[in-house]
Design a protein around this ligand. Structure first.
Ligand SMILES: [Zn+2]
Length: 229
C-alpha cells in the first residue's frame, strides 16, 4: 500500500451496545460531528423496501414469509450505502453485524475491496442499569409523548402533561421483557466484540453518565477529541 492510498482509506466505524445503552443516540451525534453517515440496519431495511431496490424486494420477501433475512442480503444493503458519495470518507455502522458469522462475512466483503472495519466502539453499561433505563420509559397512548420516570418525568406521576391521559408502558419496555431481550442479545454481541478484540480494534467506552459525557469518551477513544467544535 502506498502512503497516498493509506491516507485515503475511509473510516468505517462500528458502534456496539445492548438495548438501552444509547448506541443509536451516540451514532446520530457522531454522524453529525464527524460528518459520516449513520447506517442503522433497521433504517436500511425500511429504506430499501420503501425504495423497492432489488435487495429491498428480496428482504421484503423473506420478511413476508416470516423468515430471517440472509446475511448476504443485509451485507449487500450496507455495501450499497457504502458505495454512495456520502460514505466516501467513511460511515458509522449500527445494528450489524450482530453475530460472529455476520462479522466474518462483512470482514470478507470489505477485504475484497481492500477495506476493513477501522474501529469498534463498545458502549458498556451494566445489565441492571440497562433494565432500569428501558423499563423507565412510559408513553401517552393518546398522543405518543414519551416520558422517562428518571430522566424525563411527567409533572404528575403516571399522567401525560399534554392531555391528562394515564401513561402506559409498552410490552417491550417491561422489566422482564427487557431482561429476556438482553439474555438473547448480549452473548452474540460479546462474541462480536471478542472477534474484533483479537484484531485489536475494540475501544470499550463507559456508557454511564450523561449523553455528552459518553460522546466525549467515544471521541477520545477515537483520538478525535481535538476535532470537535
Ligand atoms: Zn398525551
Amino acid at each position: 500500500m502506498t502512503d497516498g492510498a493509506s491516507s485515503d482509506v475511509r473510516r468505517i466505524l462500528l458502534l456496539v451496545g445492548a438495548v438501552g445503552a444509547g448506541k443509536g443516540t451516540q451514532a446520530d451525534i457522531l454522524s453529525q460531528r464527524l460528518g459520516l453517515p449513520h447506517l442503522a440496519s433497521g433504517d436500511l431495511f425500511r429504506k430499501a423496501t420503501r425504495e423497492g431496490t432489488p435487495l429491498g424486494e428480496q428482504a421484503k420477501g423473506y420478511m413476508e414469509r416470516g423468515e430471517l433475512v440472509p446475511d448476504d442480503v443485509t451485507i449487500g444493503m450496507f455495501m450499497d450505502e457504502l458505495s454512495k458519495p456520502e460514505a466516501a470518507r467513511g460511515a458509522i455502522l449500527d445494528g450489524f453485524p450482530r453475530t460472529v458469522t455476520q462479522a466474518r462475512a462483512l470482514d470478507e466483503t470489505l477485504a475484497g475491496l481492500g477495506e476493513a472495519i477501522g474501529r469498534v466502539v463498545y458502549i458498556e453499561v451494566p445489565a441492571e442499569e440497562l433494565v432500569e433505563r428501558v423499563s423507565g420509559r412510559w408513553v401517552c397512548p393518546t398522543d405518543g409523548t414519551p416520558y422517562h420516570v428518571v430522566t424525563d418525568p411527567p409533572r404528575v406521576p403516571g399522567i401525560c402533561d399534554k392531555d391528562g391521559t394515564p401513561l402506559i408502558q409498552r410490552d417491550d419496555d417491561k422489566p422482564e421483557v427487557v431482561r429476556a431481550r438482553l439474555a438473547q442479545q448480549v452473548p452474540p454481541m460479546l462474541e462480536v466484540i471478542e472477534h474484533y478484540e483479537r484484531a485489536g480494534k475494540v475501544s470499550r467506552v463507559d456508557g454511564r453518565g450523561t449523553i455528552d459525557e459518553v460522546t466525549s469518551r467515544i471521541l477520545e477513544a477515537l483520538g478525535m477529541s481535538q476535532a470537535v467544535s
